[in-house]
Design a protein around this ligand. Structure first.
Ligand SMILES: [Zn+2]
Length: 169
């Protein structure tokens, strides 16, 4: 155990292993079994996130392979994964910025074709995702469930940052 200080109160903190709700992603993602700097004094926990690029890619894959229609936060995460502005991404999707904004805020459901176009675009342009293209088209596309509800169902994602695997919860 190394000597560490809490980023919140500056008291002594120590490293423990646990799960961490990765709210910074904007998604309902839980990172399993990662190291956390935990402070007994104030209860603050800071994750030690290893290999951030690999982790973000694993989350992007989990979102793209989700067998449910994309939600607003999924679209936003994927757009940011491409490091694109709303205007840039809207232009690629051939929708106006308002439409994209409505999607991202769950004010409007992403249509079935737009959903697939988004997944394909991110697979094509996203760092390290192209190898998944075939699998997604053949095994994910036929199985994307649409509920007909006004908003797509919320599905949580558990990530094992060591194995870089995901599962839905
Ligand atoms: Zn503290």
């Amino acid at each position: 155990m190394s000597k560490l200080r809490c980023s919140n109160c500056d008291k002594d903190a120590k490293v423990v292993r646990g799960s961490y709700p990765f709210k910074e992603s904007g998604l309902n993602v839980v990172l399993q079994g990662i190291e956390l700097v935990r402070c007994k004094s104030c209860g603050n926990e800071d994750p030690i996130i290893p290999r951030v690029d690999d982790l973000m890619r694993t989350i992007a894959i989990a979102v793209i392979m989700k067998p449910y229609q994309l939600r607003g936060e999924d679209v936003r995460f994927l757009r940011k994964y491409l490091r694109m502005t709303g205007a840039e991404f809207a232009r690629l999707m051939d929708v106006d910025k308002t439409t994209l904004s409505k999607w991202e805020n769950n004010d409007d459901v992403v249509g079935s074709q737009s959903d697939r176009l988004i997944r394909l675009t991110v697979l094509g342009l996203g760092e390290g995702l192209r190898e998944k293209l075939d699998e997604v088209i053949r095994t994910v596309f036929p199985n994307i469930r649409r509920t007909g509800a006004k908003t797509a169902p919320k599905v949580g994602i558990e990530i094992d940052p060591k194995k870089l695997t995901h599962q839905y919860i």
